[in-house]
Structures are given as structure tokens and as C-alpha cells.
Write a protein that binds this ligand. Structure first.
Ligand SMILES: Cc1ncc(COP(=O)(O)O)c(C=O)c1O
Length: 365
């Protein structure tokens, strides 16, 4: 199979698997225990926190480990509990649905046709009682990078908190919480070749967010529960690897994907790239395709050995048409025909040449 769905999840890096196994064998003691033997577990936790902090330019004290991106996004939205939040209409379901469930009122801001949210539109949606703006760093269905620093500056001016879901960006492009000026930021292990079921919420020193999970005093009292140390250690190693490799890998993916998009445009008349003029992640593209619905195309491509998706993996089984493509103003019939191709570290030029050939075959048939 040619796996072209890295935005849904990335294969776990072998070094991460090793680090997790070692942690389970050797560091199984509870990091909160008082005896000396638990010191190694505490050290592993500290190390992972440093690695994740370094990946996003935070201090270790600003990192809280969670059970994943979904939990971190839910906790972030608690900062606006009962109040008004301005949320981009193209957020992941874990932001949109948390906002609906937790906030008193939510104003959704649609992006422009190129998939980018316009700072002026966010400014217009702010109210005197707005507590929080939620804007992702990069979209999971188009790869389009959002003007987070600009909107964070606006948020500071209006004394509103800004939460940034950086699940798709962290580990793939440089992320610096201080340069972005965000108060809260989410990342997730399984989108950067780490394990799933672990993520982190950056909480800027001095920012006020209540806990989502109540219990013991772990994670500086902001996330109770005995730490999932093997997963956390795996996330730490994944963060180290991503940092060491980021610039080279991003350049490689960008070149490969540009060539692939060119091939598709040449082989399949009527195919076009969404958000073409906008800054995008190196490894993700959304292609508006002719004739076939994404559901039909995904099934046909799967039979021929190519795995792609038609938008967010978690949504693809529930709803035919993605809220992201709709919010970008695509007609219903077009929104239902988008294919997302997302490549990763193991994707080769040959994989993409073959995938382009197979796609041509499927669309011609
Ligand atoms: C942009 C975005 N935010 C949040 C999530 C949820 O992260 P997790 O799967 O770790 O709960 C995802 C995963 O699909 C995502 O793409």
C-alpha cells in the first residue's frame, strides 16, 4: 500500500517505539512516589517535558501533558467557559464541538476562498465580552497556514486570550509560541511520528485555564491522573527527532508534493489545488477532483493500493461533506469531490509517481 494519509496519523518512528518499550521495562514506577527508585521515572518525565517545550519555544513549566490533541483543545476552551468565544469555522471538531459545549456563545469566522482566515474578519467578530479566540496554526484538511501571529497581536490589544491548535503544524514547520504570541497551544503525539493517546497543552506562564480532569495534583495541578509515562517519553523522543530533521524533511516533502500536484494537473484535466496561493504545510494538499465523489475515489484508490482521505479521518465516516471545504465557499458538489493527499518521512518519489499513475487510471475509468 502507498500510504498518503499522514495528516490522519503518522507511522510511529522506530526510535519512539524503542524509547517507549524501554520506559515500560525500566521506568514503570509512579513518578509521584517518594522513594529514590521513582527518581528515574521523574527524570524521564522531566526530559520529555523539556523536549516538547524546546519543540515549540516554551519553558518546561508551561507544558501540560494530556491524552491527546482532543483533550488539550477541550481544556483550552475551558478558558472561555460560559463566555463568548470567536472560533474559526475551519477548526478541528475537537475545537468546534468543545466551544459549542463549553462556551456561552460562539461566533464562527469563515475563511476566504483560499482557506485563510482574515484578521479583519476576526476583529469584526470580537465583542466587549469576548474571552477567547481559537485559531489553528495549519488546517488538517487543506494544509493552509493561518495568520496566527497577526491575530494574536489583535487578541493582546483587545485583552482576549488566543488558543492555537497546532496539531498539524508541530513537528512539521517551526512553531515558536513566543514569536506567535499565543496564550495556549495544542499538539498531539501521533501527528509527529509519536504515539497516539498523548499530547500537550502549552499554557503561557500567567495565563489562567482551569483543569478539565480533576483528581490528584499531577501536571502542576492542571491535569490529574497518573502520568502515561511511556507515551509521554515517546512524545519527547518524537519531538527531538522532529526538531533535528525538520528543515531537511520539510524541503524534501515540499519538492515531492509540488511535482505530484503538477503530475495530477497534467494527467487529470479539471483537477486543481485548494488554497494554492496561500502558505501551506510541506506535506498536505487538498485536490479538487472532477467527476468522482471523494467516497468513490477513496474506495477505488484503496482497491489499487493507494490510501488517501477526503478530509478529516474522524469525520469521513460520519459526514459526506467536510465543513472546511464548505466554509471555504465550495459548492456542495465540489466539496464532496475533494481528495486530501498527505505525505511523510517514508514517502518516496517513486510512491508518488505510482500514485499519480493510479489516480489517472481511476479517474479515467
Ligand atoms: C487539527 C487537529 N486538531 C486536533 C486533533 C485531535 O488530536 P488527537 O487525535 O490527538 O485527539 C486532530 C487530529 O485529527 C487534528 O488534525
Amino acid at each position: 500500500m502507498i500510504y498518503l494519509d499522514h495528516a490522519a496519523t503518522t507511522p510511529t518512528d522506530e526510535r519512539v517505539v524503542e524509547a517507549m518499550a524501554k520506559c515500560m521495562r525500566e521506568n514503570w514506577r509512579n513518578p509521584s512516589a517518594a522513594y529514590a527508585g521513582a527518581g528515574a521515572a521523574r527524570k524521564a518525565l522531566r526530559q520529555a517535558r523539556q523536549s516538547v517545550a524546546a519543540l515549540i519555544g516554551a519553558t518546561p513549566q508551561e507544558i501540560r501533558f494530556t491524552s491527546g490533541g482532543t483533550e488539550a483543545n477541550n481544556q483550552a476552551l475551558l478558558a472561555a467557559r460560559g463566555g463568548h468565544a470567536v472560533v474559526s469555522a475551519i477548526e478541528h471538531a475537537s475545537v468546534l464541538n468543545a466551544a459549542k459545549a463549553l462556551c456561552g456563545a460562539v461566533s464562527l469566522v469563515s475563511p476566504e476562498a483560499n482557506g485563510r482566515v482574515c484578521p479583519e474578519a476576526v476583529a469584526r467578530a470580537l465583542r466587549p465580552d469576548t474571552r477567547l479566540i481559537a485559531l489553528q496554526l495549519a488546517n488538517n484538511e487543506t494544509g493552509v497556514i493561518q495568520p496566527v501571529a497577526e491575530i494574536a497581536a489583535l487578541a493582546r490589544e483587545r485583552r482576549v486570550m488566543l488558543h492555537c491548535d497546532a496539531v498539524q503544524a508541530a513537528g512539521h514547520i517551526p512553531v515558536d509560541v513566543k514569536a506567535l504570541g499565543v496564550d495556549l497551544l495544542t499538539l498531539s503525539g501521533h501527528k509527529l511520528y509519536g504515539p497516539r493517546g498523548v499530547g500537550a497543552l502549552y499554557i503561557r506562564q500567567g495565563a489562567d485555564v482551569p483543569p478539565l480532569i480533576h483528581g490528584g495534583g499531577q501536571e502542576l495541578g492542571q491535569r490529574a491522573g497518573t502520568e502515561n509515562l511511556p507515551a509521554i517519553a515517546g512524545l519527547g523522543v518524537a519531538a527531538d527527532i522532529a526538531m533535528a530533521d525538520m528543515a531537511r524533511e520539510a524541503a524534501r516533502e515540499r519538492t515531492l508534493l509540488a511535482a505530484f500536484v503538477g503530475e495530477i494537473a497534467r494527467r487529470i484535466p479539471g483537477a486543481s489545488l485548494l488554497g494554492e496561493a496561500a502558505p501551506r504545510l510541506p506535506g498536505v494538499v487538498a485536490l479538487l477532483m472532477p467527476r468522482l465523489t471523494s467516497e468513490q475515489a477513496i474506495a477505488a484508490l484503496d482497491m489499487k493500493g493507494v490510501e488517501v482521505s477526503g478530509g478529516a479521518a474522524c469525520a469521513s465516516r460520519e459526514q459526506a461533506v467536510s465543513h472546511v471545504y464548505r466554509a471555504m465557499g465550495l459548492a456542495e458538489v465540489d466539496a464532496a469531490r475533494v481528495i486530501r493527499v498527505s505525505i511523510g518521512r517514508k514517502t518516496t518519489e517513486n510512491d508518488l509517481r505510482l500514485a499519480a499513475e493510479i489516480m489517472e487510471e481511476v479517474y479515467r475509468e
